[in-house]
Design a protein around this ligand. Structure first.
Ligand code: C2E
Ligand code: MG
Ligand code: MG
Ligand code: MG
Length: 283
């Protein structure tokens, strides 16, 4: 750790670091127990085709249902799972559960978030293909959502895995675009199918002209590179109108649907476009 602060600096001993570390161990232990006790669950947030406002896909999102604490969000336990080596097990659980659930939703695209740590396994694509084969889930219906962390850590491996997955028919979305470096170079170097605009690029577009222009420019950039674009974190109808006009292909957010259980997805997909989603431009 001292090394990270550079050679000309003195690293002071900080007892809170030890405290933080032992808390992490405890959480990792609890997470390990949670996996055994079957306390992980997967919920699904619908993704809408912007033109028709029909739900054409769902994104699988992992949840930890803690008996005392309640719902622990992934932002808290996924980093711990990554550090403690539990992410492979959790990742396999999510893919397995999500694909089995999604077998009930014919024609609907299934998006799964994959951690950069899972990409450390050079056979990730093969393991995934075997799982899909066992479950009988069509590879063309699966989309992998990855972040630029995957590309920074080991670009060659990431490139190879992306190519192999795409050769099998799996599509690849770059998640959280607009946070981090969001390098245009990545967009050219790696063969993505889709770009997911981070919520931070969407927030404020109806009130702040600069925010709107940045968002529109990013969508135009993605389209120029022949990528499909999903906007995430769409919370209002006004945002949806702008995003659709700017050329977004897909919309996702609380304005249309929140993450829901597999049972709820089944009935949600059966119902036609709900009235809350019947936006002014439809028809
Ligand atoms: P993400 O993949 O970018 O997912 C979008 C997050 O935004 C989700 O939070 C979703 O519930 C939330 N969201 C959706 N619509 C809205 C909206 O309109 N407004 C706001 N404020 N938020 C919205 P969630 O489920 O807590 O997941 C957080 C992150 O945890 C995900 O970000 C993803 O990076 C990670 N994650 C979730 N599930 C998995 C998983 O199975 N594996 C891995 N490796 N990471 C996961
Ligand atoms: Mg995602
Ligand atoms: Mg995201
Ligand atoms: Mg995220």
């Amino acid at each position: 750790l001292a090394k990270e602060f550079g050679r000309n600096r003195v690293a002071f001993y900080d007892p809170s670091i030890d405290a933080a570390r032992s808390e992490r161990t405890t959480l990792a232990d609890k997470l390990r127990e949670a996996i055994k006790a079957d306390q992980l669950a997967v919920v699904y947030q619908p993704i809408f085709e912007a033109g028709s406002m029909r739900p054409t896909g769902v994104e699988a999102l992992v949840r930890w249902l803690h008996p005392e604490v309640g719902l622990v969000p992934p932002d808290i336990f996924v980093p711990i799972a990554e550090e403690s080596g539990l992410i492979d097990q959790i990742g396999a659980f999510v893919i397995g559960r999500a694909c089995r659930d999604a077998l009930e939703w014919p024609g609907v695209r299934l998006s799964v978030n994959v951690s950069a740590v899972q990409f450390r396994n050079p056979k990730f694509d093969v393991v995934l293909a075997n799982m899909l084969g066992e479950i009988g889930f069509p590879t063309e219906r699966l989309e992998i959502e990855m972040t630029e962390t995957h590309l920074v850590a080991n670009p060659e491996r990431a490139q190879a895995i992306i190519a192999n997955l795409r050769a099998r028919g799996v599509t690849i979305a770059l998640d959280d675009f607009g946070t981090g470096y969001s390098s245009i170079g990545y967009l050219r170097r790696f063969a993505f199918d889709k770009l997911k605009l981070d919520r931070s690029l969407v927030v404020g577009i109806t009130s702040d002209e600069a925010a709107r222009e940045l968002c529109e420019a990013t969508i135009a950039l993605a389209r120029a590179l022949d990528l499909r674009v999903t906007a995430e974190g769409v919370e209002t109808e006004g945002e949806a109108v702008l995003l659709r006009q700017a050329g977004c292909d897909y919309l996702q957010g609380y304005a249309f649907a929140r993450p829901m259980t597999a049972e709820a997805v089944g009935s949600f997909l059966l119902s036609t476009v709900p009235t809350a989603v019947a936006l002014p431009w439809t028809g």
